[in-house]
Design a protein around this ligand. Structure first.
Ligand code: C5P
Length: 222
């Protein structure tokens, strides 16, 4: 396998998804959104009527749903037990519940296994861009290119609110900050800048400028 792995971590709403999809498209790589997998698990847990704060139940049931990621950067997909949940996983209900579900070690172990299988598949071709919170530190520590994307919370909230069609900026900022706090503070695989990662603060750059910088970093590796 001659493909490359590009590991992209960072805070919620730092522009990771748009950046990673554009970079993967430009370089002919696959694209894996691991946040979508944690959201899919959370959607399924909620569907079962399980309390997301009951970690032992979440852990015990986390092996049940079949979660399948489609890794084409022009139209990534996510299915749970054969159902396309691409829209459902972006609901406020799932967004509000995903961080506690993501703290459960059994959930992480299961999803990391699936993520490594997708990375192995991507390496059969040109490679794969993988985005999340623990990609450079835990999922793919051997990745030759690692990035850590952040942005000013107010800028992130404004972007996210615009994406969501003019939802409340202050509420969005509060939700982002709260997810960052849980994601950074958890015991297992906290959000952290991986060793060897390049830190990009995207606050004052356009998407295109960030994409250009990342593409240049990947090309410098090849
Ligand atoms: O990237 P996105 O905002 O969709 O991720 C949703 C949530 O999934 C994050 O807030 C985090 O709690 C969790 N997550 C994680 N590890 C990853 C990717 C996402 O814990 N690798």
């Amino acid at each position: 396998d001659t493909g490359i792995v590009v590991a992209v971590d960072g805070t919620s709403g730092s522009g990771k998804s748009s950046t990673c999809r554009a970079v993967a498209s430009r370089l002919g790589l696959r694209y894996l959104d691991t946040g979508a997998m944690y959201r899919a698990m959370t959607w399924w847990i909620l569907e079962q009527g399980i309390d997301v704060h009951e970690a032992s139940t979440v852990a015990a049931r986390s092996g049940e749903p079949q979660i399948v990621s489609g890794t084409d950067p022009s139209g990534p997909t996510i299915h749970v037990d054969g159902r396309d949940v691409g829209v459902e996983i972006r609901s406020d209900r799932v967004t509000g519940a995903v961080s506690p579900v993501s703290t459960v070690p059994e959930v992480r172990a299961r999803l990391v296994d699936l993520q490594r299988a997708e990375i192995a598949a991507g390496l059969q071709g040109a490679g794969i861009v993988v985005e999340g919170r623990d990609i450079g530190s835990v999922v793919a520590p051997e990745a030759p290119v690692k990035l850590y994307l952040t942005a000013d919370p107010a800028a992130r909230a404004a972007r996210r609110a615009a994406e969501e069609g003019g939802s409340d900026v202050a509420a969005t900022e509060q939700s982002l900050r709260s997810r960052d706090a849980i994601d950074s503070g958890r015991a297992v695989s906290p959000l952290t800048m991986a060793e060897g990662a390049v830190h990009l603060d995207t606050t004052s750059y356009t998407l295109e400028e960030v994409v250009d910088q990342v593409v240049a970093l990947v090309e410098a590796q090849e």
